[in-house]
Design a protein around this ligand. Structure first.
Ligand SMILES: NC(=O)c1ccc[n+]([C@@H]2O[C@H](COP(=O)([O-])OP(=O)(O)OC[C@H]3O[C@@H](n4cnc5c(N)ncnc54)[C@H](O)[C@@H]3O)[C@@H](O)[C@H]2O)c1
Length: 311
């Protein structure tokens, strides 16, 4: 069990989910939000999520024990007091990130790790010019991090190797699966790869090759099955008798030719409206929330299954 103290700044969807990750691992967690109503609603929402995890066997302690390690606090200074790592989750604008990192820099000990959950901003954009920029980095989670363990650690050029190592160690011991970006790039790794898949799906739909439903099936009944336990490089290493180079000899030229035809999609509102209309024929608007709960339960069942498998 971990015994570090962790601070969570921003008690929205992602902040609350991070609080569960660290409390489940044994940390004491202080959670702060600038909006009093966000803090006030925190306990009830956390309780719901933690109880669901317990039902799926994804939390082995009593839910109240885990919840008891999370303390909503009314000021930023009180939340940051004694934290080994601060996970920032305020809204996604460069101004908001710059302001909160400047405040956190002034309020924390020089070796406290200051990590941002930002989905798209680079650490160099919000930490430049700050005295403690050597301990600032991005720790980008996937929603919700208590089910999906990947964390993309994306340091700025000036982030110290020691800070990166400490962040990686804390995330790993908290049960997450960190990956390290060797240099900064917009969208990090996951959203760039997700973007490439979406781009191609949009193009194939726009050019009339298949329906929305069938394109979704390509992932859920095809590629996605394997992708839940191995990535594209391991896939091609195993899909030709002699490995990666053998695979590339057989199929590389065709992939290269196809890649030349894979152009950027413009994401026009006309195209997206058509796609949404197809979705509404299988799922009406008033069924969206219920289907999101179904998704969460499927994900929990999958994670529970994966925990029993050899990695
Ligand atoms: N939602 C996702 O799927 C997802 C996934 C990965 C990363 N992220 C990133 O996580 C961050 C938070 O996203 P979210 O979906 O939880 O948003 P959210 O709107 O649910 O929560 C943001 C919270 O921050 C609070 N806040 C705003 N300014 C603050 C300040 N100065 N100090 C303290 N609290 C403040 C708001 O009151 C709000 O409760 C964003 O940077 C987002 O890009 C989101």
């Amino acid at each position: 069990m971990m015994n570090e103290h962790i601070a969570i700044v921003g008690a929205g969807l992602i902040g609350r989910a991070w609080a569960i990750v660290f409390a489940r691992a044994g940390c004491t967690v202080a959670i702060y939000d600038a909006a009093p109503e966000a803090l006030a609603g925190c306990d009830r929402l956390l309780h719901e999520n933690i109880s669901d995890l317990a039902l799926h066997g994804l939390i082995l302690e009593a839910p109240d024990l885990v919840l008891g390690r999370i303390r909503p606090v009314a000021t930023l200074a009180a939340a940051l007091q004694g934290a080994a790592l601060v996970q920032e989750n305020v809204r996604e604008t460069i101004e908001a990130k710059r302001a909160i990192f400047a405040e956190m820099d002034a309020l924390t000990a020089p070796d406290t790790i200051l990590a941002s959950s930002t989905s798209w901003l680079m650490a160099s954009e919000f930490s430049e010019g700050l005295r403690g920029r050597h301990r600032m980095l991005v720790g980008h989670p996937v929603n919700p991090p208590y089910l999906v363990p990947l964390v993309e650690i994306a340091p700025a050029p000036w982030t110290s190797a020691a800070a990166v190592e400490r962040a990686r160690d804390i995330y790993t011991r908290a049960g997450q699966s960190p990956v390290l970006l060797k240099k900064e790039i917009t969208g990090f790794l996951l959203n760039r790869i997700q973007g490439a898949v979406l781009n191609e799906a949009l193009n194939l739909y726009a050019d009339g090759y298949a329906s929305v439903e069938d394109l979704d099936k390509v992932l859920k009944d095809g590629l996605g099955l394997r992708w839940s336990f191995m990535g594209p490089f391991e896939t091609i290493d195993l899909n030709a008798p002699e490995g990666v180079v053998d695979y590339a000899k057989r199929y590389g030229p065709t992939y290269r030719d196809v890649a030349r035809t894979q152009l950027p999609n413009a994401w026009t509102s006309e195209l997206l409206t058509k796609i949404e209309a197809e979705r509404r024929t299988v799922l009406t608007s008033d069924q969206l929330a219920e289907r999101a709960r179904w998704r969460d339960n499927r994900l929990m069942a999958l994670v529970a299954h994966q925990r029993k498998q050899a990695r």
